[in-house]
Design a protein around this ligand. Structure first.
Ligand SMILES: Cc1cc2nc3c(=O)[nH]c(=O)nc-3n(C[C@H](O)[C@H](O)[C@H](O)COP(=O)(O)O)c2cc1C
Length: 385
């Protein structure tokens, strides 16, 4: 059984609906943990009124759990949209498409004359559903020793210095722990101050900001993904999943873009130690070699564009009148990079769980773990280590 996620619901509809299929039986489900992840997504300095004042998300588990454990049947969750209650009873149709949004392409694709119809589903509100789904699967990953984390590296031009190919599992965990207590989820206090100041300036200038964040996963066993089929390559799947987050325009595995400037020798991760205990000299590969996890932490950096809804005027055309028009400003975040990092964790969790289940079964947690232990004890038949 493969792991599948289906989300439904409009941004200002009554609720978001989530169906998760393929979670093995026996995985502990903790409702508070799911809500805790939703709370992380809601936060971050620079968010708008909806996130800070209106939504306090709670995921109600509707099916697929008995006691506190998954049954192997599909899980259904619902997240009520509190902002639904604030909707005008007769909303004004949106006829001037907003640049940088799904409005024009979506309306053309489906033949809608009111762009609100597109906006309602294209909105990043949908990512709350993804975060809830991933929160269900995170305890499963934990059983296999996999942890996840993230931190913000840049907001606009304010950046913390990092060396993407040299992080260890410990240093990544420390950075993520420090980020958790920071208003922009940046572990470097001086850089964080600059980021907060940049967001304040952007607000004053009626602008928005993007930035970059790192998501990572230590403890991933060797061999998730595949070198035999293009569509099962772990790096390809990770890039797709991270790029599927609204406003993400760039993804690198490890220091991908910096690697392009190095020689072959400079870009290698030396294989050191003995067959009993092999270690790697660096992690320029970002934990993926040949489309498979290589036992090193998975390290990904993603780039988020500046949010397209600004209070400054934008150029567009009112498709009802045919005249040039400034599209209506719709309440917006100034910066959502800290929230996007949490969504990035969710997407990383999702792809890793999919790949784990493909490798180790998927009906029962105990059997999956037995297969995993067997594979760990006997990595290459006939070879020591
Ligand atoms: C957590 C999160 C919050 C977002 N909030 C906003 C927002 O308030 N205003 C905005 O213009 N875009 C926001 N976006 C980005 C838009 O949803 C996205 O740019 C738009 O749907 C078009 O998709 P694209 O940028 O991937 O092409 C947000 C994205 C994320 C991940």
């Amino acid at each position: 059984m493969s792991l599948r996620l289906l989300t439904a619901g409009e941004s200002h509809g009554p609720e978001l609906a989530v169906i998760v299929e393929g979670v093995p039986a026996g995985v502990e489900v903790d409702s508070d943990e799911i809500d805790g992840q939703l709370e992380r997504r809601r936060g971050g300095y620079g968010r708008g009124v909806r996130s800070t004042k209106i939504e306090h998300d709670h995921a109600e588990i509707v099916s697929g759990v008995s006691g506190s454990r998954t049954t192997g049947a599909p899980l259904a969750l619902r997240i009520v949209n509190r902002d639904f209650a604030n909707q005008p009873s007769a909303p004004v149709p949106l006829t001037t498409p907003r640049p940088g949004h799904a409005d024009l392409a979506g309306a053309t694709k489906h033949g809608h004359s009111d762009f609100r119809v597109v906006r309602e589903r294209a909105s990043a509100r949908e990512t709350a559903a993804r975060v809830a789904a991933a929160a269900v699967i995170r305890p499963f990953l934990k059983e296999f020793g996999i942890s996840l984390g993230s931190f913000v590296v840049a907001i606009g031009a304010a950046e913390m210095p990092i060396d993407l190919g040299r992080f260890t599992a410990e240093s990544l965990r420390e950075l993520a722990a420090a980020a958790e207590a920071d208003p922009v989820r940046c572990p470097d206090p001086a850089a964080s101050d600059r980021m907060v100041a940049a967001i304040d300036r952007a607000r004053d200038d009626r602008q928005t900001l993007g930035g970059t964040f790192v998501v990572f996963a230590p403890g991933v066993p060797i061999g998730l993904g595949s070198y035999t089929h293009w569509d099962l390559r772990l790096d390809g799947r990770l890039a797709q999943a991270i790029c599927s987050i609204p406003a993400i325009k760039g993804v690198e595995i490890g220091p991908g873009f910096e690697l392009a400037t190095r020689t072959g020798t400079e870009g290698q991760d030396a294989i050191l130690g003995s067959p009993d205990k092999l270690v790697r000299g660096s992690n320029f590969a970002g934990g993926v070699e040949g489309g498979m996890s290589n036992g090193q932490p998975i390290v990904i950096r993603a780039a988020m564009k500046p949010l397209s809804s600004t209070r400054a005027p934008a150029q567009s055309v009112d498709l009802r009148t045919g005249l040039a028009a400034d599209p209506p400003y719709i309440r917006s975040d100034i910066c959502a990079v800290p929230a996007a990092a949490v969504v990035g964790e969710a997407m990383l969790a999702w792809v890793l769980a999919q790949s784990l289940l493909e490798r180790f079964g998927g009906d029962r947690l105990d059997l999956d773990l037995a297969g995993f232990r067997e594979a760990s004890a006997n990595p290459i038949p006939g070879v020591r280590g």
